[in-house]
Design a protein around this ligand. Sequence first.
Ligand code: SF4
Length: 366
Amino acid sequence: MGFHLVDSVIKESIFSASDDRLQSWLEERGQPRFRVPQIRQWIVQRRVVDFEKMTDLPAGLRTELAEHWVPLASSIAKENVDADGTTKLLVRLADGEHVECVLIPEGERRTVCLSTQVGCGMGCVFCASGLKGVVRNLTSLEMMEQLVWLNLRQSATDRLNHVVVMGMGEPLANLDNLMVALEFATNDKGLGISARNITISTVGLPGRIRQLAMLGKPYHLAVSLHAPNNELRQQIVPTAEKIELKDILSAADHFRDKTGRQVTFEYVLLGGINDQAEHASQLVRLLAQRDAMINLIPYNPVSGLSYRTPMPGQSRDFAMTLRRAGYTVKIRKRKGSKINAACGQLRRVHQDVVSLTSPPSTGENR
Ligand code: SF4
């Protein structure tokens, strides 16, 4: 995973290499130990991936680094920037698979949205990421590199300060690797983002929610409901057929009790499907006065899928019913709608283009 083919030469990735590996390579060249953290600091904190620009390294070492290493194992296959500043990257992994990550600037906030899997096995019917199922879990390094790439897209004075794990994939299906990546996000030697500014979004795997609660991390949990009853939910999230809403809510309650953190419930509003007045009333009854925040997400259309965005008034009425029942409700703004910012869309467009141009041999909706 840590190797990269550059000009027909296979180069190792510095970011993926262990400290021991990098140190012994540097020792062979008579370099002191402190070069290891020095080089890592350039990439992670000082946001420089061009060895030539690492100006406090000896010139000869910079040349040798460029000959033997690449900074990161992944590369950027495509980059889209919307007028609102939302930046979406299509990241090409070392094995040729692609995932997406997004930088969302909003006032002082710099939020990154991470992917945890190639594809997704949850199969939400409205989502581009799940259309072809899950290919594999990402390694922790692959998730960390998404953070590094987005960090490189920042201006000199801005810092990443929020993470939402809402990109491609079901985060709790790849929990161990995700925890390592989030350690990097929060650690002082990593990006130093407050752990309280990290939100993990799940489609609702009760056992894994309990497992996350046991880890004792102050991460925020967002649970995607998308429907106020089991029957409708099975149409929208068919792979969750055997998971009942009451079990998801019980696990969310456990998380709330164990961590003291309020749970957010996410609900994608699909025009004419789950956005009617009766659905809002059912949702009020389902949540039964829980201490919860509700995020309503008007659907972001995906080409090739027939679902539609609700009428503006419909989202507002839905929110009003929930607010009258005492819930805090946000209607999430649609950021980056012109750049395929909904989860999985950029990868899908890329796959479509590749399949049109190559021989055959070869999520923000939540
Ligand atoms: S919305 Fe999320 S959980 Fe559902 S298929 Fe897409 S990536 Fe997977």
